[in-house]
Design a protein around this ligand. Structure first.
Ligand code: TXD
Length: 309
């Protein structure tokens, strides 16, 4: 069987951690691309040299040439600037838009059939840019954020209750920003609703910490933002698509009427499989949850409008 080809654009913190995750699970041959001369080549070589120890038979190459990314099955886009302390994701908008626009044009020229998985911030607006520039169908262009945000929420719930992270589910809707919508009502521990296990005050504190999860890591690191958990979240999406697992995961997807939203990327529950975004699941939301989603949607939309794309 021919191995799948996965390209990671951007060999920085998230890109390199993604490559590591993908190679460690032998999901396919990995091409790591960066414009900084030597960066992707050095990291790819280092990763390849770990493979005899791990016993992983996949190739990993670093490059600054788009030709080497040709015919990828999946392209993960992490290129661009990351946040520094005190910065919002929105502050990255214009600069990252120009990087992402350029990258997308080059990527689609060489991999016209690929799934495009966007990671660069501000996430939902950048996914919209990639969709517009690529002209790809909406099932093949998606953004990663909800799995990460939900994983943060799951971690905090597990910490608080002193239970296994494995048993905790959580759902976060909306844009990947300060107005994201962690849905406590859809969070459970082995099927037991969160509200049966924790006081409303504790739940509120966890929701707040989830919203600030990215900033909390940035405030420690000072020179960049999170990358281990983001890479694991990207890896889970890649694995779900390549293995046609049809998992229901929070993914930034183009909405066309679902949740009363049209022409905007927002995080929603998605059935992810071999066709990419195969279905958008519409949950019944309470009025306050709908209002929170609408607020989050409006903040994404205002970023997109700023871009005039
Ligand atoms: O949940 C999420 N979606 C996110 C998003 C979670 C974590 C990080 N998130 C965002 O991903 C973050 O705000 C940034 O916008 C991206 C990448 O974050 P990372 O931490 O990996 O940033 P780095 O370490 O600065 O790496 C970025 C790399 C760096 O090596 C640059 O040389 C490269 O991008 N870069 C480019 N590569 C290819 N082509 C072009 N034009 C280019 N410009 C910069």
């Amino acid at each position: 069987m021919k191995r799948k080809k996965i390209t990671v654009i951007g060999a920085g913190n998230v890109g390199a951690a993604c490559a590591h995750w993908l190679v460690a699970r032998e999901l396919g041959d990995v091409v790591l691309f960066d414009i900084v001369d030597g960066l992707s080549q050095g990291k790819a070589l280092d990763l390849f040299e770990a493979s005899p120890i791990d016993g992983r038979d996949v190739s990993i190459v670093g490059t600054s040439s788009y030709a080497e990314t040709a015919n990828s099955d999946i392209v993960i886009i992490t290129a661009g600037l990351a946040r520094k302390p005190g910065m919002s994701r929105a502050a990255l908008l214009e600069k990252n838009c120009s990087i992402i626009s350029f990258v997308t044009q080059r990527v689609v020229k060489y991999s016209p059939e690929a799934f495009l998985l966007v990671v660069t911030n501000p996430l939902d607006a950048m996914a919209y840019v990639v969709k517009q520039i690529s002209g790809f169908p909406k099932n093949r262009v998606m953004g990663m954020a909800g799995i990460l945000d939900a994983a943060r929420m799951r971690s905090f719930i597990a910490l608080e209750l002193k239970v296994s992270v494995e048993d905790v589910t959580a759902f976060v809707l909306g844009g990947h920003g300060e107005n994201m919508v962690p849905l406590a009502r859809y969070s459970t521990v082995s099927g037991i609703p969160l509200a049966a296990l924790m006081s409303p005050e504790k739940i509120d504190a966890i929701i707040e910490r989830t919203r600030n999860g990215g900033a909390e890591v940035v405030s420690f690191l000072k020179t960049g933002s999170a990358f281990y958990a983001p890479a694991a979240a990207v890896g889970q999406m890649v694995e779900t698509i390549l293995k046609d697992k049809k998992r229901i995961l929070p993914v930034a997807a183009l909405l066309e009427g679902e949740y009363g939203i049209s022409g905007c990327y927002v995080g929603v529950p998605v059935k992810l499989g071999a066709q990419g975004v195969e279905e958008i699941i519409e949950l019944d939301l309470l009025p306050e949850e709908s209002a929170a989603l609408e607020k989050s949607h409006q903040s994404v939309r205002s970023l997109i409008e700023r871009l005039k794309i």
